[in-house]
Design a protein around this ligand. Structure first.
Ligand code: G1P
Length: 291
């Protein structure tokens, strides 16, 4: 069973400046919750019980958000603001633990994942990149389906979605004999990090959700620097795929790249419209704009 998930949150978020100058980009709010909470909830909905944050000294507010705040809780209790008390104590279910480890140097995503080696031990694990929010299209989320597929096939799962051809140079791209239907996996022939436009093996991009075996850690230890002079998770997956089957899972849900400003605005619109208490009023505000 996959119970652990690594969330690399050490990145400085330069694409989100100036907002990310003094707060982590992961703490920027999408409607009324920080973006990172949606990603943590996605992991929990897929059965994850331990969240491993790979973090940086400037990002303590992420850990604080998921910790208890005794002073605030006591004040709310004394003032009998029990609704608000519930809002903050319900952020994490009791069976979930959050641990963190530092990434001492910005050496890339592969290096960030490797920093969690001792915490994952010999267990397979999930990786969720917090820039991307994945909105479910179904009662069972994509990560949960990937985990089930991993357990049945014992093959690593890499979540992919189709992107326009001119955007392939922004992502990891998989090489597959044919594009799987949404919600299904196919063994991939290769994977390459940010290929040049016109040189990509497909238009299926790596979304930032992975289910991987513990063994990937040994491969990461031996992965030379790749694209951007960084240690790339994609390169370690390419090595893994030389010795065992790795599958591309085509997602059903919708992605929002909150690492980009326009992706973030789109997320606010979608999550705002779906918000249980604000949604209806937010919709009429948008209609009033009449643009
Ligand atoms: C990372 C991965 C890339 C993936 C992307 C998804 O790149 O290296 O393979 O497609 O996330 O967002 P980054 O965006 O960190 O450059």
């Amino acid at each position: 069973m996959i119970k652990k998930a690594i969330l690399p949150v050490a990145g400085l978020g330069t694409r989100f400046l100036p907002a990310s100058k003094s707060i982590p980009k992961e703490m920027v709010t999408v409607v009324d919750r920080p973006a990172i909470e949606y990603v943590v909830k996605e992991a929990i909905a897929a059965g994850i019980e331990q969240i491993i944050l790979v973090t940086h000294s400037s990002k303590a507010s992420i850990e604080n958000y998921f910790d208890r705040n005794f002073e605030l809780e006591t004040t709310l209790e004394q003032k009998k603001k029990f609704d608000l008390l519930k809002v903050i104590t319900d952020i994490l279910p009791a069976h979930i633990s959050i641990v963190s480890v530092r990434q001492p140097q910005p050496l890339g995503l592969g290096h960030a994942v490797l920093c969690a080696k001792n915490i994952v031990g010999n267990e397979p694990f999930a990786v969720l990149l917090p820039d991307v929010l994945v909105k479910d299209s179904d009662t069972e989320n994509d990560l949960s389906l990937m985990i089930k597929r991993f357990e049945a096939s014992k093959s690593s799962q890499i979540m992919v979605e189709a992107v326009p051809d001119h955007m392939v140079d922004q992502y990891g791209i998989v090489d597959v004999a044919e594009s799987p239907v949404e919600g299904q996996s196919i063994v991939m022939q290769g994977i390459v990090e940010k290929p040049a436009v016109g040189n990509a093996p497909s238009n299926l991009s790596v979304v930032g959700r992975y289910v991987l075996p513990a063994q990937i850690m040994q491969l990461l230890e031996n992965t030379p620097r790749g694209a951007g002079n960084e240690i790339q998770l994609t390169d370690a997956i390419a090595m893994l795929q030389q010795t065992e089957a790795v599958e591309a899972y085509r997602m059903k849900g919708q992605t929002f790249d909150c690492g980009s400003k326009i992706g973030y605005l789109k997320a606010v619109l979608h999550y705002g419209l779906d918000h249980p208490t604000l949604g209806a009023e937010f919709k009429s505000l948008i209609q009033e704009l009449n643009v």
